[in-house]
Design a protein around this ligand. Structure first.
Ligand code: COA
Length: 177
């Protein structure tokens, strides 16, 4: 069950907007700060073009020049709606930004008629796990079984693109209301 205790910033405090290519530099800066590498130049644009959603959060503004404090994306892969790119700048953490972004993304997914969300996360990512549990996500699958032995062969044959071992798949059923 989703918890209600987390203080989520108000609309005046943090504005959530859909990614545009003008935001690319700000997203790169966020990812650098969070030690997440650099997104490909057209990664978010192509996710948006293929029906995905990318949301960005900024304190008090949607101006492209203002630093982005958080990002999250929804992509549809093999008929699964997958949440990805959840990152909050280190200086903005524990202020409800990730919770806000996830809730906004869920609203949009619901409006698009999506009934189940999935996301992949490293098993040792305790902060993220705390957040997902708190937001009503359920552990769906652990990727550390025998498949990991044959994974490279399957990948080479182009038969599948399984996630890396040590990943957890989480899911959340979206209630329609
Ligand atoms: C995980 C992450 C997105 C959380 O962002 P955030 O904006 O700080 O999260 P919130 O403020 O919304 O936290 C909500 C709840 O999640 C849990 N949580 C978040 N960070 C936590 C931490 N470092 N330790 C323990 N619990 C944590 C807490 O229950 C928290 O509520 P509380 O602050 O009232 O205790 C952020 O730490 C991050 O960007 N990490 C690096 C990227 C990453 O791991 N992304 C997820 C990939 S699967």
């Amino acid at each position: 069950m989703a918890a209600t205790g987390c203080d989520v910033p108000t609309d005046e405090q943090v504005l959530v907007a859909i990614y545009t290519p003008h935001d690319h530099a700000a997203v790169c800066a966020l990812w650098r700060e969070a030690d997440m590498g650099t997104p490909h130049s057209d990664q978010f644009a192509s996710e948006m073009a293929s029906g995905g959603i990318v949301l960005l959060a900024r304190f008090g503004s949607t101006d492209h020049a203002v630093p982005v404090c958080g990002s999250v994306a929804l992509v549809v892969e093999r008929r699964h709606a997958i949440v990805s790119h959840l990152v909050v700048a280190p200086w903005a953490r524990r202020r409800g930004i990730a919770t806000l972004l996830m809730r906004r993304l869920e609203q949009r997914a619901r409006s698009a008629g999506i009934k189940m969300l999935y996301l992949y996360c490293l098993r040792d990512n305790a902060p993220a796990a705390e957040l997902y549990l708190r937001e009503g996500w359920t552990l769906d699958r652990l990727y550390n079984g025998p498949l990991s032995i044959v994974r490279p062969i399957l990948v080479r044959l182009g038969l599948r693109r399984p996630p890396l071992p040590g990943l957890i798949r989480w899911r959340k059923k979206l209630s329609m209301h």
